[in-house]
Design a protein around this ligand. Structure first.
Ligand SMILES: *Cc1c(COP(=O)(O)O)cnc(C)c1O
Ligand SMILES: [Zn+2]
Length: 490
C-alpha cells in the first residue's frame, strides 16, 4: 500500500526518522559506553552489555494501542528497510538511518499449527514457528540483520575504513554472519572460526559459499569462543557472537512477531526455546518484557527453556529452588543431535539470570522454567512432528520434546497453547535423520531408532531389460507393493 493511502493518524509515523539515545549498559557494574566504540564486554569489569535506549520515555508516552496500530499497519508498507525485523524499528535500531538498514528477507517466519492428530499424540495444542525459513535458514539472521545494519552504519561514515567481522560458531552464526557480510561487499570482510568436525556439511558449505575466510580449530564451540574473545580484546575487529548486544536486539523481533500473531493477547501462551549459548532465550525474554513495559502486551507469556542432557548447564543451575544457593557451573558437553545448542558454558548466562529474575517478579514464579530432555526424545519428537507436515530441525525436536516433558510434569496446564521454536531448517541437520534411519548413531548419543519412525528408500529392479516391457513390469511391481485396485475398463 502507498504511504498516502494509510489513515491520517498513522501516516506521520509510518516511515520513522532516527531518534533515541542508545548506549551499551554493563550488566555487572552499570557503566555505560558510547555505541560508536567496538566493545563487547565492559572494559572495567568484563561484564556483558545490553543495549539501553536512554530516551525510551518517548516510546512510553504513546499508549500501547498506538504501537499496536502502527506495527499492524506497517505490515502493508512496501519499504524494504521496514519489512523484516525492522518493522519494529523503534524497538530495535532506532538510531540507524533507514538507508543503512539491510534487509535480506529475515523475520516474519510462519507459525504453523499442529494438526489434530499431532496435538492428540502430544497431549497439548501448539504451533511451530519456523525460524528455519530465514534467509540462511536459522534464527541467527534476525540478530545479524541488526548487527550488520549497525556495522553498515559505522563503515559508511567518512574515514571508517575496512572492517573485519569475526565470530565463533556452532555453524549457524557463521552462515548468517557470512551471508550478511557478503551483502555489504568490500567494506566488511568476514572470518569465521568453527570447531573442526563439529558442524554439519551444510553449515560448513554456507560461509564458504558466501566467501568468508573459514578457519577450523580442534575442540568444541567453547574453545573457538575463547579464541575470538582474545582477538576482540586485542585487535580492531567486530565480534558477531551473541556477546554482541545488537544481535540480542535483532532477536527480540521473535517475541514481537509472536505478540503480533496473537493480536497482542498472550494469555495462556507458552513460548518454548532450545538453549545453547542462551542468546536466543535472553532476547525473547527481553523482547516480551519490553512489550510489557510499553503496554503493547498486557500479559507476559510463559517461557520454557529446553536443554539436552548432553549439554545442560542452565537446567542444572535452576534445579536449585533457592535462588541464593544457585551456583553456575559450566559442564563438559557430550555429542548431541541438537548440535547447535551443544554448549557447556553459555556466554549469555549472566543476562539469563537477570532476566529470569525480572520475569519472575513480574509474571510469577512459574513463568520461566527450564527442562531437560534425552537425545532419544529429541529425535523421536522431531520425526513425529515432521511426519505430521512440519519441517522441524533437531533443535525444533528438542523444543517439542521439552513441551512434552513440561506437559507430563504439569509445568504447563492443559489448555495452554505453546509456540515451539524450530530454530533452523530441517535440512541443515539432515545427517542425524540419516543416522536414525540407518541405525548408525555412535553409542555416545544413546539413540535407538524406533522402527515406526524409520524410513528407507526401496530399490526396485526390473525383471526384464526389454525396453518395451520394462515400464509395465515396474508399474506392475509397484501396484502389487502398494496393493492398488485396477481401474475398471468401460
Ligand atoms: C544458535 C542456535 C541455537 C542456540 O541458540 P542460543 O542463542 O545459542 O541459545 C539453537 N538452534 C539453532 C539452530 C542455532 O543455530
Ligand atoms: Zn562493568
Amino acid at each position: 500500500m502507498k504511504p498516502e493511502q494509510f489513515p491520517d493518524d498513522i501516516r506521520p509515523f509510518l516511515i520513522p526518522q532516527p531518534e533515541g539515545d542508545l548506549v551499551y549498559r554493563c550488566l555487572e557494574c552499570g557503566a555505560e559506553y558510547d555505541i560508536s566504540r567496538l566493545l563487547y564486554t565492559c572494559p572495567k569489569c568484563q561484564g556483558l552489555f545490553l543495549l539501553e535506549d536512554k530516551a525510551s520515555d518517548r516510546l512510553a508516552k504513546k499508549p500501547g494501542t498506538f504501537w499496536r496500530r502502527l506495527f499492524d499497519y506497517r505490515k502493508m508498507l512496501n519499504v524494504p528497510a521496514l519489512k523484516g525485523i525492522h518493522l519494529f524499528y523503534e524497538l530495535i535500531t532506532p538510531v540507524i538511518p533507514l538507508d543503512d538498514i539491510i534487509y535480506l528477507g529475515e523475520g516474519h517466519t510462519p507459525q504453523v499449527a499442529a494438526n489434530d492428530a499431532l496435538r492428540e499424540e502430544v497431549g497439548g495444542a501448539f504451533y511451530y514457528k519456523n525460524d528455519g525459513q530465514n534467509p540462511s535458514a536459522s534464527f541467527k539472521d534476525r540478530g545479524m540483520a541488526a548487527a550488520l545494519s549497525y556495522l553498515n552504519y559505522l563503515v559508511r561514515r567518512p574515514g571508517a575504513g575496512k572492517m573485519l567481522a569475526i565470530c565463533a560458531s556452532t555453524g549457524d552464526t557463521s552462515a548468517a554472519a557470512a551471508l550478511y557480510a557478503a551483502y555489504l561487499g568490500d567494506k566488511v570482510a568476514s572470518a569465521v572460526l568453527l570447531p573442526h568436525g563439529k558442524v554439519t556439511p551444510q553449515q560448513l558449505a554456507q560461509p564458504l559459499g558466501s566467501g568468508a575466510r573459514v578457519l577450523e580449530i580442534p575442540g568444541v564451540f567453547d574453545d573457538c569462543m575463547k579464541v575470538v574473545e582474545a582477538l576482540a580484546d586485542n585487535y580492531q575487529v567486530a565480534l558477531l557472537n551473541s556477546k554482541n548486544p545488537w544481535r540480542i536486539r535483532g532477536q527480540e523481533s521473535y517475541a514481537y512477531e509472536i505478540a503480533q500473531w496473537f493480536d497482542y493477547d498472550l494469555t495462556g501462551k507458552v513460548v518454548v526455546v532450545p538453549i545453547g549459548n542462551a542468546g536466543n532465550i535472553t532476547a525473547i525474554m527481553q523482547g516480551f518484557l519490553r512489550l510489557h513495559d510499553l503496554q503493547i502486551i498486557e500479559t507476559l507469556p510463559r517461557i520454557l527453556g529446553v536443554q539436552s542432557r548432553h549439554a545442560d548447564p542452565v537446567f542444572r543451575y535452576y534445579l536449585e529452588p533457592d535462588k541464593s544457593k544457585r551456583i553456575f557451573k559450566p559442564v563438559t558437553v557430550t555429542p548431541s543431535v541438537a548440535q547447535a545448542a551443544m554448549i557447556g558454558n553459555p556466554v549469555s548466562m549472566p543476562r539469563v539470570i537477570r532476566l529470569v529474575d525480572q520475569y519472575h517478579r513480574r509474571a510469577g514464579a512459574g513463568s520461566v522454567a527450564v527442562v531437560q530432555v534425552s537425545e532419544q526424545e529429541i529425535m523421536d519428537s522431531m520425526l513425529l512432528a515432521n511426519r505430521h507436515g512440519h519441517i522441524a530441525d533437531t533443535q525444533g525436536g528438542e523444543s517439542l520434546a521439552g513441551f512434552r516433558v513440561a506437559l507430563n510434569e504439569k509445568l504447563v496446564a492443559a489448555g495452554e497453547e505453546a509456540v515451539l521454536d524450530s530454530t533452523a531448517h530441517h535440512l541443515k541437520f539432515i545427517g542425524f535423520q540419516q543416522m536414525y534411519f540407518e541405525n548408525t548413531f555412535p553409542p555416545e548419543f544413546e539413540i535407538k531408532p524406533k522402527p515406526e519412525y524409520q524410513n528407507r528408500p526401496q530399490l526396485l529392479t526390473p525383471k526384464t531389460e526389454d525396453p518395451a516391457q520394462k515400464t509395465a513390469d515396474l508399474a506392475g511391481q509397484i501396484a502389487a507393493l502398494l496393493d492398488l485396485t485396477p481401474k475398471k475398463l468401460a
